[in-house]
Design a protein around this ligand. Structure first.
Ligand SMILES: Cc1cc2nc3c(=O)[nH]c(=O)nc-3n(C[C@H](O)[C@H](O)[C@H](O)COP(=O)(O)OP(=O)(O)OC[C@H]3O[C@@H](n4cnc5c(N)ncnc54)[C@H](O)[C@@H]3O)c2cc1C
Length: 289
């Protein structure tokens, strides 16, 4: 058995330095709920593991004066659920994060790991896409910001450069009359992977949709931002025609795999159904933000 070096830096600069110096031989460890499974089954054999859970910026949650949130990439689902305000402002994002695994998994698993694992079925990603979350990334060339939907490149692949680490997610301030929701379809009720996941975020003004975003998961090689679905909702009073048009846009965006857990026809149909249900929940929540 080959030795594995374990590093637990206290600063982001140290982590980035060690990650870049490893020239691809190291892996970042956040919760480890994907990484350790992949190491055990031999899919990944890192020479060095860089544990980022001891870096304050990556494990803290901050609400800005303007009402926006900054969530460290390595914050656990359990820590996010315990935050006194986050779930009130972003209930859809929180329910997506809290669908990941069991109570034990929740104590470790992070939204950063969910994003960087780059599974098309990662539950937190469509909700973060719908939320308009911006990802801060730090690497050997410095810091940059990128939309969350621009991070995944395909199953198991990201657009992160060599030595780059996801630092945090920034969620924008929430105007009055806003609500979000995340729904997924799984063949089993617990501990299963989504065959479709839909995140919706809406802002209503006098009953009219002023802003909308839709994220769609598990139906394409990457999680998708479905701009056509949002366009169908914006300016409407969420009448049947507008919601049906948004559902049709979600179905049109689908390019799913066909496997024992869901056929192409099934996944495509369910995408439209979940969109309609998530819109109804987000709209109901928009009434009480
Ligand atoms: C029993 C079980 C049930 C699960 N159920 C679900 C589920 O219902 N839904 C779901 O979506 N997932 C599920 N998962 C998968 C997993 O828990 C999630 O993907 C989780 O969010 C991963 O987070 P983590 O912090 O554990 O990531 P890790 O395992 O630490 O990392 C995952 C990958 O991302 C990289 N990485 C991590 N953080 C960063 C960073 N900040 N910057 C750059 N790269 C980084 C790592 O190197 C690794 O390649 C389940 C896993 C298990 C074991």
């Amino acid at each position: 058995m080959t030795d594995i070096r374990y590093l637990a830096p206290r600063t982001l600069d140290e982590a980035v330095g060690a990650f870049a110096a490893s020239q691809g031989a190291a892996r970042i460890l956040a919760g480890g709920t994907d990484l350790l499974v992949q190491m055990r089954n031999g899919a990944v054999r890192p020479g060095t593991i860089i544990d980022i859970k001891k870096i304050t910026e990556l494990t803290s949650i901050e609400e800005a004066a303007d009402g926006g949130f900054r969530i460290g990439a390595a914050v656990s689902g359990a820590a996010l659920a315990e935050h006194p305000r986050f779930g009130r402002v972003w209930p859809g994002v929180l329910e997506a994060v809290n669908l990941i695994g069991s109570t034990q998994v929740q104590g470790r698993a992070s939204p950063g790991g969910n994003l960087c694992n780059a599974s098309p079925a990662g539950d937190s990603v469509p909700a973060l896409v719908a939320a308009g979350a911006v990802v801060t990334v730090q690497g050997p060339k410095g810091r940059r910001q990128v939309a969350v939907e621009a991070v995944p490149a395909g199953p198991g692949r990201t657009n992160l450069g060599p030595g780059e680490i996801v630092v945090s997610f920034t969620l924008p301030p929430r105007p009055e009359g806003s609500g979000d929701a995340y729904l997924r379809m799984t063949p089993r009720t617990e501990m299963d992977i989504a065959v479709v996941g839909v995140g919706v975020s809406l802002t209503l003004r006098d009953g009219v949709v002023a802003a909308a975003r839709v994220g769609l998961g598990a139906v394409a090689p990457t999680v998708l931002l479905v701009a056509d679905a949002a366009r169908a909702l914006i300016g409407s009073r969420l009448d049947e025609a507008a919601v049906h048009a948004a559902a049709a846009a979600c179905r049109a965006a689908c390019n799913p795999i066909d496997d024992k857990r869901g056929t192409i026809a099934y996944r495509t149909r369910v995408a439209g159904v979940l969109l309609q249900r998530a819109v109804a929940i987000a709209a109901e929540r928009a009434g009480r933000v």
